[in-house]
Design a protein around this ligand. Structure first.
Ligand SMILES: [Fe+2]
Length: 416
């Protein structure tokens, strides 16, 4: 993260004697990335190191290892109707990986309950971004409390110990995981590390955790740690993990509202990099770009064709989550919660007469809302759980002989 944040109380000089509790020397921890060279945060624990385990680690009562159907080896685009997946369990146990690659995983989680009291989760192998399609609640971590609501991203660095609590009866998340840190696209920032005035994001619009008073408590506090390709091990601390008097640094969970991606339009159709919010890895050599397709004005050139061109980026697999059905190029095919997976090996395009119909939307604001991820040099595979919710007819949706019933007016202004 590019903004350095400081919360709570810390020693004036790093790594010096400090007492949050009189007479008890505080214990310092560094939560780092990229060795000691990437973003990091300093955490001040009031009494104990976070290394204190009081029970032997054991296999957790669930795992998140993806499985693959034999059909995953047949090249085809997929449309996964995540709206049909059941609401169940808590935010971690309801995770269903739907597409998976060596460095990136996308899952759907549709919980109906908060995590059990005083239990915690830590992704020890991948950084996370949740996109909230539905629901209200709080992510509590050692960094403090982050409220969430519909249409926000919640970025949680690898190694963060947290729990998800719902205040709504249910929630619906798209979860993106990467072995690399996930940050705003670096080309939006000037040499001083500040978002430029041409950028669609303003870094000061992030929401940072509110740090409550530290918990100085002994007991047994289980943390389910994901590691080694989705295996989950339960470790047990002898003290409450939320025991910081303060922290400072650039690696921490934060919330960013997708509507704070301030869309950029141009006279003729613009390609997806204009819609980029986050990226992960050493783009364009590894990792991914994550784009927010927010409502923007379609091109206003007098002969503009608002629908996109047929395209494939041969170095990228394209993964897209549709928050609503108002996407002109795919109108009649996608619905709320549709997730499309277009492998880089074949092109895709608007279907049928979508390009012709899009002419009526020239210069109008589109009502779409979608999250798109393009991988770089990483082939994704559909998982068994994703395959179970596929639309088997999707590959035929470009068949010019087919008729598609409109599910939304993708090219009309939402305010019109
Ligand atoms: Fe595309």
């Amino acid at each position: 993260m590019v903004m350095i944040v400081k919360k709570g109380t810390l020693p004036a000089t790093p790594h010096t004697e400090f007492y949050a509790i009189p007479g008890v020397l505080a214990r310092e921890e560094i939560h780092g990335s990229y060795g000691f060279s990437g973003a990091w945060s300093r955490k001040v624990h009031v009494r104990y190191y976070p290394t204190e385990q009081v029970k032997a680690p054991r296999k957790a009562d669930f795992d998140l290892v993806p499985e693959f159907p034999p059909e995953a080896d047949i090249l085809q685009p997929y449309h996964i109707t995540t709206g049909l997946m059941p609401f169940e369990k808590d935010a971690i146990r309801s995770r269903r990986p739907i597409v998976h690659g060596p460095r990136t995983t996308l899952s759907i989680s549709k919980p109906t309950t908060s995590m059990p009291p005083e239990t915690f989760f830590r992704n020890g192998e991948r950084h996370e971004v949740y996109f909230v399609q539905e629901g209200v609640g709080v992510v509590r971590s050692e960094y403090g409390d982050l409220g969430f609501r519909k249409d926000v991203y919640i970025a949680i660095p690898k190694g963060t110990t947290y729990r998800v609590e719902l205040t709504s009866p249910k929630a619906w998340f798209l979860l993106i995981e990467s072995i690399y840190p996930i940050n705003f696209a670096p080309h939006y920032f000037n040499k001083e590390g500040q978002a430029t005035l041409m950028s669609p994001v303003v870094e000061t619009e992030i929401e940072t955790p509110t740090l409550p008073p530290f918990r100085d408590a002994r007991g047994e506090y289980p943390i389910d740690v994901k590691h080694s390709g989705g295996k989950v091990t339960r470790i047990t601390l002898g003290h409450h993990p939320f025991d910081l008097s303060g922290w400072e640094g650039a690696l921490y969970p934060f919330v960013f509202d997708i509507k704070s991606h301030h869309g950029i339009a141009r006279e003729i159709h613009t390609a997806p990099p204009m819609h980029q919010t986050f990226q992960s890895g050493n783009v364009p050599h590894s990792g991914f770009s994550l784009c927010s397709f927010v409502p923007v004005m379609a091109g206003w050139h007098p002969r503009e064709v608002p629908a996109p061109y047929a395209h494939f980026n041969v170095d990228s697999d394209e993964l897209m989550f549709f928050c609503n059905p108002f996407y002109g190029a795919r109108e009649g095919v996608v619905e709320e919660g549709s997730f499309t997976f277009h492998p880089g090996a074949t092109p895709h395009s608007p279907q049928g007469n979508a390009a012709q119909k899009s002419l009526a939307g020239r210069g109008k604001v589109q009502g779409r809302l979608a999250v798109m991820l393009d991988t770089y040099f990483e082939s994704m595979r559909i998982t068994t759980q994703g395959y179970a919710y596929r639309d088997p007819e999707y590959v035929l949706s470009w068949d010019e002989g087919r008729v598609h019933a409109p599910k939304g007016e993708g090219w009309e202004s939402p305010s019109a």
